[in-house]
Design a protein around this ligand. Structure first.
Ligand code: GUN
Ligand code: ZN
Length: 481
């Protein structure tokens, strides 16, 4: 019965893993499309055929539905929805946050989720909006935590219960929530109440809130980003260590006549071409898509295809170790996503502790690449080099007389011995023509080398082109041409 999560591959803090709930297991990262039993634009059976093996639905809707309540209790959700994959249910928390009150207690919603045979149950947490003041956020969090304790007491350690991390916009409260939830032994941890941040394109704050929760949650916990549905932000969220997304976006955007892409959405009736390889876009023209009697369903299908394809691309990027490049691509699609990306880079030192040892490649994409985890790690590891008393760092790779060791120079990393030239990251890094940012960052590598080898004298030989930059970075160091 209990939930289990296993990480198989990783990149930055992102993981490709396996989530097991009862007898079902799914690959992560995964997208759980939101199903509303009353509005099935795309049926769960259609989703299964698209390769989707997990969905999420709202237990509160079933509990209030004249049409479905009894059937859900007698048949169970899987038979009722015609879906044999993983079905997660949300409680009425979202309704709670919109209507203020719902006629169902925490234990009642969890019992109901158990009785309709949901694979993952969510307690009645309190989603504190980012606008809430600190006192409210603390009060709400105390209630959520008490309900998690109550859930454990009532249903036991093996019940497949999710433990939402709340705390509003207060990062210390998110840290506290993550720590307590980890100590209680929960291994499935959604990060809650982030929908207003995503709807408002407040990605910088999103990064801070998610990174705060991730700092204290056990790394073995499967982390679900509640309500994240736009494919443009999946790579960013995955890089932070989010494993699951759930989304009504495919349907909500379709309802508004919007066509999703990984770099933003279009009004479908403004499109003259359909820039996508999915079945809908290859069998309809832009005009047909908009005038079809099935417009909403076709748009929803396209939106879902795009979303699922992005998840597959992210999984592949994790296997290859190219997630930073994908994050860089995606976050240039919107200025606020770029802010989120720049904020993520501010957390690179922490991300470095999760990052993997070797990757397929490192493509330099401008100054942002200088702050990547691989650069931080490389420069930190320079202390391990064993060096003689006189060391030459030569940009042109040529030894001069009077030195014990020759180190070559590869920006943005810095100095390296020839023996490392085939190993990651030196050997797999492609840089365009050198720019000032990468040379300056490489000089920080030289500085790290000097600081960690006080018994060695380091001399730098660089070309005339870079002499002023190198001198300005390396005050007090012997820099010659
Ligand atoms: N859906 C989106 N955000 C939330 C949240 O914070 N809690 C729950 N239970 N569901 C959500
Ligand atoms: Zn398409």
């Amino acid at each position: 019965m209990a939930l289990r999560f296993e990480s198989l591959d990783s990149d930055i803090a992102g993981r490709c893993g396996k989530l097991v709930a009862g007898t079902t297991s799914i690959k992560t990262p995964a997208l759980l499309p939101v199903i509303n039993p009353h509005l099935q634009l795309i049926t769960p059976a259609d989703m299964k055929m698209m390769g989707i093996d997990a969905i999420i639905t709202n237990a509160y809707i079933f509990s209030r539905s004249m049409q479905y309540r009894e059937r859900a209790l007698t048949e169970g959700l899987h038979r009722l929805l015609g879906f044999d994959g993983l079905i997660m249910t949300d409680s009425g928390s979202f309704q709670l946050s919109v209507y203020g009150k719902i006629p169902l207690s925490n234990t009642e919603t969890l019992s109901f989720q158990r009785d309709i045979q949901s694979d993952i149950w969510v307690p009645l947490d309190i989603p504190t909006p980012p606008s809430a003041d600190r006192a409210t956020a603390e009060r709400d969090l105390a209630i959520t935590m008490e309900r998690l304790h109550e859930a454990k007491r009532t249903f036991g350690d093996d019940a497949p219960i999710a433990a939402p991390v709340q705390g509003g916009r207060y990062t210390d409260l998110r840290e506290r929530a993550g720590r307590e939830i980890g100590e209680m032994g929960f291994l499935f941890c959604p990060i809650g109440a982030v929908v207003p941040l995503m709807e408002g394109y407040r990605y910088r704050e999103l990064v801070d809130v998610v990174m705060a929760a991730k700092r204290t949650l056990p790394s073995a916990a499967c982390v679900h980003l509640f309500g994240a549905g736009h494919p443009a932000m999946f790579a960013l969220a995955t890089a932070m260590g989010c494993d699951l997304f759930d989304s009504a976006a495919y349907a909500l955007y379709a309802k508004e006549g919007r066509y999703l892409t990984t770099h933003g959405s279009y009004k479908a009736d403004k499109l003259t071409n359909l820039p996508c390889a999915c079945q809908v876009c290859r069998t309809h023209t832009a005009g047909e898509l908009c005038t079809s009697g099935e417009r909403e369903r076709l748009l929803a299908l396209h939106n879902l295809y795009v979303t699922v394809a992005e998840i597959a691309r992210i999984r592949q990027a994790i296997v290859d170790g190219t997630l930073w490049e994908l994050v860089d691509d995606r976050c240039r699609g919107h200025p606020q996503l770029l802010s989120g990306y720049l904020e993520l880079l501010q957390h690179a030192e922490r991300l470095e502790t999760h990052d993997r040892v070797a990757k397929r490649r490192f493509f330099y994409r401008g100054a942002e690449s200088c702050q990547r985890t691989e650069v931080i790690r490389y420069q930190e590891q320079l202390r391990r080099l064993r060096l003689g008393s006189r060391v030459l760092v030569a940009f042109d790779s040529k030894m001069r007389q009077g030195f014990n060791d020759l180190l070559l120079f590869k920006p943005p990393f810095g100095p390296y011995p020839r023996e490392l030239q085939e190993t990651f990251p030196i050997g797999q890094t492609e840089v365009p023509d050198w720019d000032e940012a990468m040379v300056r960052q490489g000089c920080r590598g030289i500085r790290a080398l000097i600081d960690s080898h006080p018994a060695s004298t380091v001399v730098v030989a660089c070309s005339a082109r870079w002499l002023p930059v190198v001198r300005s970075e390396l005050h007090g160091v012997d820099v010659c041409e």
